[in-house]
Design a protein around this ligand. Sequence first.
Ligand code: NDP
Length: 279
Amino acid sequence: MPGTNRQLTDLSGTFELSGGVKMPYLGLGVFKCDDAVQAVTSALEAGYRLVDTASIYANEQEVGTAVATSRVPREEVFLTSKVWNADQGFDSTLRAFDDTLARIGSDYLDLYLIHWPVEGKYKETWRALETLYREKRVRAIGVCNFLQHHLEDLMADASTMPMVNQMEFHPFLVQQPLVDFCNAHQIQYQAWSPMMQGHVFKIEAMQTLAEKYNKSIAQIVLRWDLQKGVATIPKSSKQERIVANADVFDFELHPEDVAFIDSMDCGKRFGPDPDNFDF
Ligand code: NDP
């Protein structure tokens, strides 16, 4: 069940989604990645088995190339992409999905997400995702940036419930009631910008924790995600960081340190507000 599987083994480990699909709990994000072929190649070599892209990142093709040229079979890599706001609506989402598959060079996706809750559009978009899911062209479907009221509105008319909610999530933006709501509805929470787009490295208290566990700040924050049952997709384009960021399976944060990181929450966003975006 989302949020309740705390069995953290290694990079091949997964959280099970509500439809039964197993999603790796730690993957590579490739937003603003200088060289996505290189980054994804490094990640797959390091044992990562999930890559998070989106049509708006303009690197789906590179992601597909890296997977195709790696030694890892396509079926062992969990590929996520997202429908961009301008493509929302029923027919346009189906077309956007076809374009995404063509760029990636695969005949299916593992997870397709609505990128943002575009008012007046997201329910039609969701109908398209349900269709793709029914046709088995995608193994799991979900959303990003949906607050509780967006989820409630979507679920009121949905025939398939969202399996994932990918949200900005880090020590300054925990939104625990939303995490609890998702857990209660078997919606797996997944953290975007888990390292605050780099700002987490400036927090002194995180440095103190890193010294206490003899780990890096990145490792502390990613381990915190996983111990909270939150899947996570840190981005780096540097091979040594990609490798080091995944070295989080040889230690465990004490519950009081998990609670201490939780207590840093001050509602600060580094990305747009899902209730107030204009793109
Ligand atoms: P992150 O919080 O993952 O931070 C990435 C930044 O941290 C980069 O500048 C990276 O630099 C740096 N970094 C990574 N590892 C280390 C390290 N060990 N030490 C020091 N610096 C480090 O930010 P993102 O915004 O990229 O979020 C992650 C992913 O989430 C995205 O790539 C994307 O896939 C997804 N996302 C989804 C959104 C959505 O709306 N659904 C919105 C935003 C992101 P460098 O590359 O130079 O190592």
